[in-house]
Design a protein around this ligand. Structure first.
Ligand SMILES: Nc1ncnc2c1ncn2[C@@H]1O[C@H](COP(=O)(O)OP(=O)(O)O)[C@@H](O)[C@H]1O
Ligand SMILES: [Mg+2]
Length: 151
């Protein structure tokens, strides 16, 4: 599924709609170069979960946690500083992902293969001053259901 995101507001709105679809156990991986909008999209997703006190990017702590709706919890990770050959069990993120957790991971390469397959993978790219998002999904939400729900 491909979505054009013309500006920051479009990315926030798209994230918000995606966030409303998420349930505990869901995982969203955000890839793409610096400034492509990963954190902006994460913030939109958090809004969709009713989280307004956004803390920014957890660049140094790796993980920020938020209370989500219905006793869920949002874990937002930024693994940019984690080398891609790091043993995933050393990152601590897997331990933080329990059955009530919704997880968003920026720069997920170090942990990708260790994650459950129930996930939405978003690849962000530059389109001039705009951005494009390419979504793939498997597990609870598949690509065709996402396409339907986000239309
Ligand atoms: N369509 C867009 N979506 C998201 N951000 C955009 C868009 N167009 C321009 N921007 C700008 O690009 C930057 C994206 O930053 P950020 O979300 O932190 O990216 P990343 O986390 O991928 O490094 C912001 O300064 C934002 O204002
Ligand atoms: Mg970021």
């Amino acid at each position: 599924m491909n979505v054009r995101l013309n500006d920051e507001t479009a990315t926030l709105n798209f994230g918000e709609r995606l966030g409303r679809l998420l349930r505990s156990g869901d995982i969203v991986l955000l890839s793409g170069p610096f400034g492509s909008g990963k954190t902006t999209l994460a913030r939109g997703i958090a809004r969709g979960l009713g989280i307004e006190r956004w803390r920014g990017s957890p660049s140094f702590t790796l993980i920020y946690e938020y209370a989500g709706p219905d006793a869920t919890r949002l874990v937002h990770a930024d693994l940019y500083r984690v080398a891609s050959d790091t043993d995933a069990s050393q990152i601590g993120l897997l331990d933080a992902m329990d059955e009530r957790t919704i997880t968003i991971i920026e720069w997920p390469d170090a942990i990708r293969t260790a994650l459950p397959l129930n996930r939405i993978e978003v690849e962000l790219t530059y389109r001039g001053r705009a951005r494009a998002a390419h979504l793939r999904a498997r597990g609870r939400l598949c690509e065709s259901s996402l396409r339907e729900l986000l239309r």
